[in-house]
Design a protein around this ligand. Structure first.
Ligand SMILES: Cc1cc2nc3c(=O)[nH]c(=O)nc-3n(C[C@H](O)[C@H](O)[C@H](O)COP(=O)(O)OP(=O)(O)OC[C@H]3O[C@@H](n4cnc5c(N)ncnc54)[C@H](O)[C@@H]3O)c2cc1C
Length: 581
């Protein structure tokens, strides 16, 4: 089946919905469709708990410039600084835009949007923690999705739900549309569009312990990488310090923002030794490493130096009122998954793979770069976690992903609409869906007994153990070899379910292949970065090395090899300095 549209947005998380809404505000653009493998409000944005950072200054003095500085410093100076300024400045208007569209933020007594503290967000360039995170209890992302989805429906955006992106049509340097698989029927649909915007979210499912939903398999970046397009800074993957022990389900940083304290087996507030000023509200990479170091030194609660040990997040001094009113979901998670009550018992936590700082390289209007020289792929845009603007550098601050969605999702929506308003459809070949068809046929015709669950488990273990919180050259080299072998095995994967309707096995297999490609790119990018910066911590190169590595990685896949190039970082506002908190 074929559809002709002005703009196709792939992904219905915060970034995709905001982009679609903003595009629909342009009266010159008629047909806007969102294609999503999930029903929109099931997107991972709905799991976001803690909040959106914006320097509203509702409770104490705050300035966008301080927010931008914190973002740059938090990202260990790998952030493009003018982009960080845009992020911080435009966050304020975007939060009010969400408010005016109906988002039920928590309020101060005077009726203003309430704000709480979050890691790495400070006043006056690092003096002390500041209240910057705007929130709706611990359900901020859920509220964003509901708000944006309703507004999109109101503006008559069309939705194709449970449609999986399989291919992006690019001829030379021009994007002409996409091909997607309709899960309900098994049919392929070609969306011929003037412009395409990818907002397919994160790819944390490449790791064993992760906070990410099952759907976070990086399909958008992977499909572009499979066509030889570069991905930026993929070596930087954030581990959130507080996942529920053994499960990885997130305990928001908002818990520490409300006063929660991390303690080791001696009951010691160990962050006093690692970040004397910001303590439990230091950036995530530092806290995740601190927890791991405590565990390796035998200071975990089990007192065993091994991976599944944990520490305590103590909330027992916060009181019933704060926990049940401001953190109701977290309180419920603890009761449901750990059978403990955080009002009286500390929460067992361990770091969990959380957020990919890297992704599809774009400019500040969401236009995709095809190379390090800044060549634009005409008609192709990306926003949200799948994109790399880059405002998160080597480590993202809490709340800044939702800011990224609502600032750069909105900007990308506005620019994709302006582009489509002045563009013509580029002709596509009659058999535009051939490549997608071949991907399905190859899987359906294989008779090997390679099992996808075996490969998936091995991939997740390999990435967790070889390319995790602490890394070194030897382990990463081994991980690269293992991932290459797994990709080789994956060529023989077969699908036993022959049904056309709701063939989730087929889609799971596609997702696994995508994750394997991204795992290889991540591991090779990490192996080549011989320094420690932000979330990339190397035991064999413990220091940051600005002389050789203050640069963005561009990694492109060429069959079984990854080609690396580098691009300079915009440091036009603040000179890189060592990070101290
Ligand atoms: C548990 C958790 C809590 C978080 N809390 C916070 C927080 O408090 N503050 C903060 O700033 N950040 C937070 N984050 C991070 C933030 O929520 C995410 O980075 C962000 O929501 C991603 O939004 P997105 O729009 O890019 O993608 P998503 O919301 O993940 O949406 C991706 C969309 O793409 C679609 N899609 C994917 N693949 C395909 C395909 N092949 N075909 C068609 N459609 C496809 C999906 O259906 C989905 O609609 C949290 C993340 C997690 C996991």
């Amino acid at each position: 089946m074929k559809h002709e549209l002005d703009v196709v947005v792939v992904g219905a998380g915060g970034a995709g919905l905001y982009a679609a809404l903003e595009a629909s505000r342009n009266k010159k653009v008629k047909n806007i469709a969102v294609v999503s493998k999930l029903f929109p409000v099931r997107s991972h944005t709905g799991a976001a708990q803690g909040g959106i950072g914006a320097a509203l200054g509702n409770l104490e003095e705050d300035k966008p410039e301080w927010h931008a500085f914190d973002t740059v410093k938090g990202g260990d100076y790998l952030v493009d600084q003018q982009a960080a300024m845009i992020l911080a400045n435009e966050a304020v208007d975007s939060v009010y835009d969400l408010e005016h569209n109906g988002l039920p933020f928590n309020r101060t007594e005077e009726g203003k949007i309430d704000q709480r503290r979050f890691g790495g967000h400070t006043r006056n360039f690092g003096e002390a923690a500041v209240r910057r995170s705007c929130y709706a209890a611990d359900r901020t992302g859920h509220m964003i999705l509901q708000t944006l989805y309703q507004q999109c429906i109101k503006n008559k955006v069309a939705f194709f739900n449970e449609f999986h992106l399989l291919d992006v049509l690019i001829d030379g340097n021009t994007c002409q549309g996409i091909v997607a698989y309709d899960l309900a029927t098994g049919e392929l649909h070609t969306f011929h569009a003037k412009a395409v915007l990818l907002a397919t979210g994160g790819f944390g499912r490449m790791f064993r312990i992760t906070s990410n939903a099952f759907a976070n398999t990086g399909d958008g970046p992977a499909v572009l990488a499979q066509q030889g397009l570069p991905l930026e800074d993929m070596e930087f993957f954030q581990f959130h310090p507080t996942g529920i022990r053994g499960m990885g389900i997130l305990i928001t940083e908002g818990v520490r923002g409300e006063g929660g304290i991390l303690r080791n087996c001696d009951g010691e507030r160990f962050m006093e030794r690692y970040a004397p000023t910001l303590l439990d509200l230091a950036p995530r990479d530092m806290i995740a490493r601190a927890i791991t170091t405590e565990i390796l030194n035998g200071k975990g609660i089990l007192k065993k130096p091994q991976g599944d040990d944990y520490v305590h997040l103590d909330t027992t001094h916060l009181g019933k009122e704060v926990l049940e009113k401001k953190l109701p979901d977290i309180t419920e998670f603890c009761r449901t998954y750990q059978d403990i009550d955080p009002i009286t018992t500390p929460i067992p936590v361990q770091p969990t793979a959380h957020y990919g700082m890297g992704g599809i390289p774009t400019d500040v209007n969401g236009q995709v770069f095809g190379d390090t020289k800044g060549t634009i792929v005409e008609g192709l845009y990306a926003a949200g976690e799948c994109a790399c603007v880059s405002v998160h550098g080597a480590n993202r601050l809490g709340t800044n992903s939702l800011v990224d969605l609502i600032v750069f999702g909105k900007r990308a929506g506005s620019s994709v609409a302006s582009f489509a308003a002045g563009a013509q459809h580029q002709p596509i070949p009659v058999n535009a869906d051939d490549r997608a068809k071949k991907r399905i046929i190859d899987l359906s015709n294989s008779s090997s007994n390679v099992k996808q669950d075996v490969l998936r488990k091995k991939m997740r273990d390999t990435m967790m153990d070889g390319v995790g919180i602490f890394r070194n050259g030897n382990d990463m080299a081994d991980a690269i070899e293992t991932i290459k072998e797994l990709r080789e095995d994956a060529k023989d994967l077969s699908v036993s379910d022959a049904n056309a309707k709701y063939n989730t096995e087929l889609m799971d297999t596609m997702e696994l292949k995508n994750l394997l490609d991204l795992s290889l790119i991540t591991a090779v990018s990490a192996h080549n970065r011989q320094e420690s910066r932000g979330a990339h911590a190397r035991e064999d190169f413990p220091d940051r090395d600005d002389a050789n590595f203050l640069k963005h990685t561009y990694a492109s896949l060429n069959k079984d090899e990854v080609r690396l190039e580098y691009k300079s970082v915009d440091t036009s506002i603040w000179e890189p300095k060592p990070r101290k908190y």
